[in-house]
Design a protein around this ligand. Structure first.
Ligand code: 4NP
Length: 164
């Protein structure tokens, strides 16, 4: 099993959106048995909370249900459990680097590394903005989920082809 953890600040907007979009893409590719996803926040503000109402609505408009996800905080142990720890922005990346065990740094990357054509390397924090910000994170999550799945296929699942 390949395991992916998406991380943002609160775990109520960007990272649950990324988790939901990626899971849906993995399921559509028939790879739910081979690839697992989770999400977490660098901070503890929203532990136990469902995703932000605006994030749930925006994901729902694209057929992705994230309503059953609940906030949790990223821990040092996550680096042992997940093959990929993908930060939404550089602040998240820096927080994670501080708790990353020695020798596991290669697991930690920016999510948008997998969307090279997106033209930016951070998923903008939509929390204090309007609805458009949530549509934007869905666009970015869809692009990066596609690139991430292609990467995982080529590195870990050679020989599988995409029926989707
Ligand atoms: P997220 O958005 O990191 O994408 O979940 C935020 C959620 C909550 C806060 C900031 C960003 N907050 O300050 O509570």
């Amino acid at each position: 099993m390949i395991r992916v953890l998406f991380v943002c600040l609160g775990n109520i907007c960007r990272s649950p959106t990324a988790e939901g979009v990626f899971r849906a893409r993995v399921a559509r590719a028939g790879l739910a048995h081979a690839i697992a996803a989770d999400s977490a926040g660098t901070h503890d503000y929203h532990i136990g909370d469902p995703p932000d109402r605006r994030a749930r609505a925006a994901a729902g408009r694209r057929g992705v249900d994230i309503s059953d996800l609940r906030g949790r905080q990223a821990t040092r142990e996550d680096f042992a459990r997940f093959d990929y720890v993908l930060a939404m922005d550089r602040a998240n990346l820096n927080h994670l680097a501080q708790i990353c065990p020695k020798g596991m740094e290669s697991r930690l990357r920016l999510f948008l590394e997998f969307a090279p054509r997106a033209g930016l390397d951070e998923v903008p924090d939509p929390y204090y903005g309007g609805e458009a910000g949530f549509e934007r994170i869905l666009d970015l999550a869809e692009a990066a989920a596609e690139g991430l799945l292609a990467h995982i296929r080529s590195v870990h699942l050679a020989g599988t082809h995409d029926p989707a």
